[in-house]
Design a protein around this ligand. Structure first.
Ligand SMILES: Nc1ncnc2c1ncn2[C@@H]1O[C@H](COP(=O)(O)OP(=O)(O)OP(=O)(O)O)[C@@H](O)[C@H]1O
Ligand SMILES: [Mg+2]
Length: 251
């Protein structure tokens, strides 16, 4: 991560985000300031705009009004710079069975932003890939074709790909959805360590038993707006989200 930067790592002010062809923006007047090393849980019912918020932070959707600055770069206009610094684990992504890449190659793709277009992966890149595979406990899968793995194994590979990027921010959209309880526990411990090292984690999750043993920030969305934003003990997150009405995220 890049040290020595002052101020919030994510600063969104009065943002409206619209999907192409939609008659009104999905995100409505969203403001959110996140400091380096925060652990932020995004909750709210299906269709509330949680994924849209992550994709807005990552510069993947058009912002029609307002301003978003991530890692010191304006998301509007500088999205490529933002995405170099941000890891994004998509919700429910799965590979086609015939995808012609091995697990090792997929994780190496996480290094492309650092490697650049005209260079081959060096020792540092191979080491970063090996480290990420080992952190997820999937070193033995490195040579397997990605499309032939189970959903949970593919999810671990994509998380490894994002760790190999050495990101300042990890945006995780339901990272626990396909994982067994052992994987959930070990990834929870891993995220807790990363946050202690200064990585910022923004996670959409309904697995409230898999939160770090420290105060977390809860942001609840409804109908494209943030309706609650507060810190609380991990054991209270579910209660806080329920208290906002609607269902818990994807319950
Ligand atoms: N590609 C799209 N084009 C148009 N509208 C979309 C698109 N994707 C999502 N939406 C709309 O935006 C709103 C928010 O969707 P979003 O995927 O952000 O919800 P979510 O909170 O992540 O829900 P879930 O818990 O089901 O994942 C929904 O009303 C949805 O219909
Ligand atoms: Mg979603």
């Amino acid at each position: 991560m890049t040290m020595g930067e002052e101020g919030p790592i994510i600063e969104i002010r009065g943002v409206y985000t619209a999907y192409e062809g939609a008659d009104r923006p999905t995100l409505q007047d969203v403001s959110l300031t996140i400091r380096r090393g925060e652990y932020v849980v995004i909750g709210g019912p299906n269709g509330a705009g949680k994924t849209t918020l992550l994709e807005t932070i990552n510069g993947m959707l058009p912002i029609t009004h307002g301003d978003a600055v991530v890692c010191g770069h304006h998301v509007r206009g500088d999205g490529i710079q933002v995405r170099c610094r941000v890891g994004y684990l998509l919700q429910n992504f799965s590979f086609d069975p015939l995808t012609p890449f091995t697990v090792g190659e997929v994780v190496m793709m996480g290094r492309f932003g650092k490697i650049g277009l005209f260079r081959k992966p060096g020792q540092e890149d191979h080491e970063a890939v090996a480290r990420a595979l080992s952190l997820l406990g999937i070193g033995d899968l490195a040579d397997r074709p990605i499309g032939q793995l189970s959903g949970g194994q593919q999810q671990k590979v994509l998380l490894a790909q994002n760790l190999a990027r050495d990101p300042d921010i990890l945006l995780l959209d339901e990272p626990f959805s396909n994982l067994d309880m052992f994987a959930r526990e070990s990834i929870n411990a891993l995220l807790t360590r990363l946050v202690a090292q200064g990585v910022t984690v923004v996670i959409v999750s309904h697995a409230f038993d898999d939160l770090p043993d420290r105060t977390v920030r809860v942001v609840v969305m409804q109908e494209g707006r943030i309706v609650l934003d507060r810190e609380c003990a991990p054991g209270l997150v579910e209660q806080v989200i329920r208290g906002c009405g609607g269902s818990t995220a994807n319950a």
